[in-house]
Ligand binder design. Sequence first.
Ligand code: GLV
Length: 325
Amino acid sequence: MKPKVLVTREVFDEALAYLAEHFEVDANQGDVPLGAEQLAARLAGKAGALTTLVDRIDAALLAQCPELKAVCNIAVGFNNFDLAACTEHGVMATNTPGVLDDSTADFTWALILAAARRVGESERYLRAGQWTGWKLKQFLGTDVHHATLGILGMGRIGQKVARRAHGFDMPVIYHNSKRLPEEIERACNATYVGLDELLARADIFTVHAPYSQATHHLVGAEAFAKMKDGVVFIHASRGGVVDDAALVAALGSGKIGAAGLDVYEGEPKLNAELLKFDNVVLTPHIASSSEATRRNMAMLAAQNLVAALGGGMPPNLLNPDLGRA
Ligand code: GLV
């Protein structure tokens, strides 16, 4: 008999077909989000699950699912997993690093350009029928070329963002929990600086740190106060890394000149104050969402699940102690 698995949200047909070769699949193709109780009920008797970043896998849930052996996120972020609890319950946890780096970096640049050059604002104006003709001073924006790009969090995605700055002739500075090896800095054309220097020097400031207790509100009132007046602020990593109330205050005071945001605290309910600012570009957590990339993410998660339940080593195991057991 094939092991039973749950796919918690709608996925592409090829991922389902691949899973069906190996498992008896219970798929939530209706895409209705499952609350904690529904998730526990649907996981009963399942050996594995393909999960998304809204599915909380914690000790309380794991205690109700003794047959569960693997949870495979369709996301690079995994702050929805209590990794220690997964390990304690012998549940392998995996994510999808790598396949989304380029798409996410592309989208970060879409936010940078849209915010700095007022794309959202001017498009809304045109669509509203307010455009009566060309004016010299219309929608004056901030130049991206030659501006100093500051990157907070220089993992795979931060590095891809840095590489793209070359064509815009931008000096790139970064801060990271660990300084990168010299050859990577050279390839990214990026200079390591302390956090205060990063905050003080960046004309365009973009955040690419994963969310954890250690990065909760990493960018808050104190950090905004140290930024340049009129800074262009970009956030496409994970809600909670930035203190959204402090962000609203920095927008209100004019400290931030423009912002591009893809992630929020308490998604999908964002701080309603953000909607009041015309100089903010707001997108619904879609930075990795190109067709090809989202298909690749779903397939990689499925491959992780097949490897985990097949007795192999999943390519993206987050709790390697279990892989060695
Ligand atoms: C998306 O936010 C991801 O973590 O992949």
